[in-house]
Design a protein around this ligand. Structure first.
Ligand code: PMP
Length: 444
């Protein structure tokens, strides 16, 4: 890999950075300049082990030549074409490939695919489909959506309405939504390996909200089967099954937001497969193109699709779509990505590594400041006790220390989140753990 030239440091003033303390960052920037395999290279030319798959998206690692070639070929063949009242072959081809791996048995398969440009767009799309479907089957009063405390569903107005991270929604108007309680319950589940055993009764909160608002007002409930952005909150054993049963009882659609868990993070195609619970709609993005070209997709059940295909012949069934829905270049990247996942057996690889990953992470149990360790598939979280009077400061210190020592982690508040590419080797897992251990020991 070429040496990165520091003289290339760009002017930083103009890019208004997302979800970033801009002034703090620009005073001491961290720039990632190149990437290959499991590693980034920073602007000084130092390697940085990717402990987060970028932002939960580069599941097959970086610099995948097959994706580059597919994108180059597609750009040269058909760079863009609309999908409104028009089509192009590769969008249909990619949708069919995605459909082949969709969860659900033959009757309940979620194999109708609506393309979007991101996770946030997938969420807004799924919410609209849910409300439109209810209306089309004569349930037009069902317009409310139930989300969950601490849920993250992107930053569109739909997503923040159903999302439960307070900072993301506090100052903005929202669509009618309400939130189930979902606490971490560290007290009962601290350091549990894999799924927490206590807390299935939290699902009963959905029943409470149904009674409060009336089932006839509720279109859907949306949850991340495993929430990532709030700091890796795992569903207690039996929780998702219970949500499914309550939703079924009241004619409420169940939406799984799998923007993080889709495409192998838990060692299965989707979290729905991992848990054996089939929702009615699944939102995806990120790993769909290995993070290379922005794209998302909503997987809908045939029942929902068919339910919306009932208007007069020739009429548009769903007034919704994006210029970039099914963008040909993103589809090419997506097809190449699926081929890599399949040819290299990356999902099985993730499943096989999960136990090694679990034991490696839990070896940090007992270190000062460590309040909890959680893991599932190739996801991990280390929760720290907050520093008196400055929540988040301790984890940020560990984050900066790790980066200086060649490891990229992610922090949310005082929770460190880990989600390495599925190509990770055992010795690289050991490196993640030892760099973290040193940083934790140094943390004040
Ligand atoms: N839903 C979930 C569960 C996510 O984790 C994210 C992004 N981290 C989103 C939606 C939003 O995706 P995007 O940033 O691509 O809009």
């Amino acid at each position: 890999m070429d040496q990165v030239n520091k003289a290339n440091m760009p002017v930083l003033d103009h890019f208004w950075m997302p979800f970033t303390a801009n002034r703090q960052f620009k005073a001491a920037p961290r720039l990632l300049a190149q990437a290959e395999g499991m590693y980034y290279t920073d602007a000084d030319g130092n390697p940085v082990l990717d402990g987060t798959s970028g932002l939960w998206c580069c599941n097959a690692g970086h610099g995948r030549k097959a994706i580059t070639q597919a994108v180059e070929r597609q750009l040269a063949t058909l760079d863009f074409a609309p999908t409104f009242q028009m089509g192009h072959p590769i969008a249909f081809e990619f949708a069919s490939k995605l459909a082949a791996n969709a969860p659900g048995g033959t009757d309940a398969k979620l194999d109708r695919i609506f393309f979007t440009g991101s996770g946030s767009e997938s969420v807004d799309t799924a919410l609209k489909i849910a409300i439109a479907y209810q209306r089309s089957i004569g349930q037009g009063t069902r317009t409310r959506i139930i989300g969950r405390e601490k849920g993250y569903h992107g930053v569109g107005f739909g997503g923040i309405s159903v999302g439960g991270l307070v900072n993301n929604r506090r100052i903005f108007p929202q669509i009618p939504a309400d939130h189930m309680r979902h606490t971490l319950d560290i007290e009962r589940n601290a350091f549990s390996k894999g799924l927490p055993r206590a807390g299935v009764e939290l699902a009963d909160d959905l029943e409470r909200l149904v009674q409060l608002h009336g089932a006839e007002t509720i279109a859907a409930v949306i949850v991340e089967p495993m929430s990532g952005s709030a700091g890796v909150i795992l569903p207690p054993v039996g929780y998702l099954e219970k949500l499914r049963a309550i939703a079924d009882k009241h004619g409420i659609l169940l939406i799984f937001d799998e923007v993080i868990t889709g495409f192998g993070r838990l060692g299965t195609p989707f979290a729905a497969d991992y848990f054996g619970v089939t929702p009615d709609l699944i939102t995806t993005a990120k790993g769909i193109t290995n993070g290379t070209i922005p794209m998302g997709a909503v997987f809908a059940s045939r029942e929902i699709y068919d339910g919306l295909m009932t208007g007069p012949e020739g009429a548009i069934e769903l007034f919704h779509g994006y210029t970039y829905s099914g963008h040909p270049v993103a589809c090419a990247a997506g097809i190449a990505t699926l081929e890599i996942y399949e040819k290299e057996g990356l999902l099985t690889r993730a499943a096989d590594l999960a136990e090694y990953w679990q034991e490696a992470l839990h070896s940090l149990n007992g270190l000062r400041h460590v309040a909890d360790i959680r893991n599932l598939g190739l996801v991990g979280a280390i929760e720290l006790t907050p520093r008196e009077g400055s929540p988040g400061a301790r984890a940020y210190e560990v984050f900066a220390d790790c980066f200086k020592n060649g490891l990229l982690i992610r922090v949310t508040g005082d929770i460190i989140a880990l989600s390495p590419p599925l190509i990770i080797e055992k010795d690289q897992i050991d490196t993640i753990v030892s760099v973290l251990e040193d940083a934790l020991k140094r943390a004040s």
